[in-house]
Ligand binder design. Structure first.
Ligand code: PFF
Length: 466
């Protein structure tokens, strides 16, 4: 996550802003790109039938994600305030603060399981360094598959180690948030994001030379319309919100640090495009392996961990590439976690009027304690199910498929119907300094009539009402 580092030109003299347009782009991308791209996107594509899900995901990004993102930027930059007080600053009915409260709840629910997966990723760096995957090329495809699958089971099902790794991932985020070494993080993100990108491209090239490349590619891009059903649509929509860190106030907070000359619509388009591109690269790297090694595409959260070691298994410097991949994945997970944790931390600090350090400790400790439920959700707590879901799936479902889209719906309705059109037009054209009136007209139309309607239909449909 990036920290603003010069004074705002807004009326509020004390509030800081990002230093430049590029800084804004990287900060926002740092929040968006994370485990969602390389872990969640591929496994949800696998579970929801491939290309049809990808198509619905694209449409969700375009028709709902981007308009909501621009709206969050609008609320943030106009109010120059955190996600809860922003609504008061915009002189809205205080009831709108519910969006901020929803955001805090969603942030906690996501952190509970995100930190567990970040812990697995961290532990894979050390597994690879210790040579756990160094001689996969000596084995047959079937044996190699068994080895990686067993590695995943030992990582996730042993009693203490996943909890310790989860604790480490939470600690790293807490130390960064307390220590305020965000300048360092800023530089790390800026240099390492492109390296992650290059590594993904290498993985894709390698994956496309495997015998299962065609089957993998077809799975990802061939659209089988019979696979589309209400639950697939809800998952794709939920993923769009999760991916772009929307519906929970993160982008309102970031927008509040944007410079006055930033083009909000351009920024959202660039972030959404780059982020989707990274997810697609991950898909292209992973599905050929699935079909080459005879795995199941719908094997769920283990998909990334079982495929990446195999992508690199038969090529020169393969083990080094596995290590590099998981280091970069850890960094992406960490920068995304920073922006997520910021939502409850900012809220608790202000609400209870305590030092930031203490709210970091409160948030981190509660994430660690409740998060332990997700680490062992399919082993020790495997018998505990609520609404037919274990803790891991439940936290994910409630946050991504319910709270974030509801938050997004409220944000779209707020900006589309409860603030004056002029205010939105002024802010999006930077007080008429940009000549983008056509783009704004399209944005405003989609936000007002299409995004909320689609969100409503998907909800009512998934509740069985229509
Ligand atoms: N966008 C992140 C990812 O795809 O990994 C996850 C995330 C970060 C969600 C920050 C929400 C958030 F506020």
């Amino acid at each position: 996550m990036k920290k603003p580092n010069n004074e705002s030109v807004s009326t509020n003299k004390k509030r800081e802003t990002f230093s430049s347009g590029l800084a804004v782009f990287f900060a926002t991308l740092g929040s968006a790109v994370g485990l969602g791209n390389i872990w969640k996107f591929p496994y949800l594509v696998g579970e929801n039938g491939g290309g049809a899900f990808v198509l619905i995901y694209f449409l969700s990004i375009l028709l709902v994600g981007m308009p909501v993102m621009v709206s969050e930027f609008y609320i943030g930059r106009k109010s120059r305030s955190n996600a809860v007080s922003a609504f008061t600053k915009l002189k809205a009915n205080p009831k709108w603060k519910i969006i901020g409260y929803f955001g805090v709840a969603a942030a906690f629910l996501i952190m509970f399981y995100y930190s567990a997966v970040a812990g697995w990723v961290y532990s894979y760096v050390f597994k690879a360094i210790n040579g756990a995957f160094s001689n996969l090329s000596n084995f047959s495809f079937e044996q190699a598959t068994n080895i990686v699958e067993n590695q995943f089971l030992t990582t996730t099902e042993s009693l203490y180690s996943p909890i310790i790794w989860q604790g480490i991932s939470i600690l790293v985020v807490a130390l960064i948030l307390i220590g305020g070494v965000k300048n360092g993080i800023e530089r790390i993100t800026k240099t390492l994001m492109p390296v992650l990108f290059v590594l993904l491209v290498i993985s894709c090239i390698r994956a496309l030379t495997l015998p299962g490349a065609k089957a993998g590619f077809n799975f990802l891009f061939k659209i089988d319309f019979s696979k589309i059903n209400p639950s697939v649509i809800l998952s794709a929509l939920g993923l769009a919100f999760f991916k772009l860190s929307l519906g929970m106030g993160t982008m309102i907070t970031y927008g509040s640090y944007f410079t006055e000359d930033n083009n909000l619509i351009h920024t959202s388009a660039k972030v959404a495009l780059s982020d989707t591109f990274v997810s697609l690269l991950a898909g292209i790297a992973i599905f050929p392996v699935v079909f080459t090694f005879g795995m199941r595409p719908n094997s769920g959260p283990s998909l990334l961990f079982n495929t990446i070691p195999l992508v690199f298994s038969h090529i020169p410097f393969g083990n080094l590439l596995i290590i590099a991949f998981f280091i970069l994945a850890s960094i992406a997970a960490t920068t995304a976690s920073l922006s997520m944790a910021e939502v409850p931390i900012a809220f608790i600090t202000e609400k209870w009027n305590i030092k930031r350090k203490y709210s970091v400790i409160i948030v981190s400790l509660s994430t660690f304690i409740v998060g332990a439920l997700t680490v062992h959700s399919s082993s020790i707590f495997g018998h505990v199910t609520i609404l037919g879901k274990n803790f891991f799936d439940l936290f994910d479902y409630i946050s991504s498929n319910i709270i974030l889209p509801v938050g997004g719906l409220l944000i779209a309705i707020f900006v589309g119907y409860f603030v004056s059109k002029d205010s939105v037009l002024d802010e999006l054209s930077n007080n008429n300094k940009l000549s983008n009136s056509k783009t704004i007209t399209i944005y405003y139309f989609v936000l007002k009539y299409i995004s909320p309607l689609l969100l409503l239909i998907v909800f009512l449909n998934s509740l069985g009402i229509i």
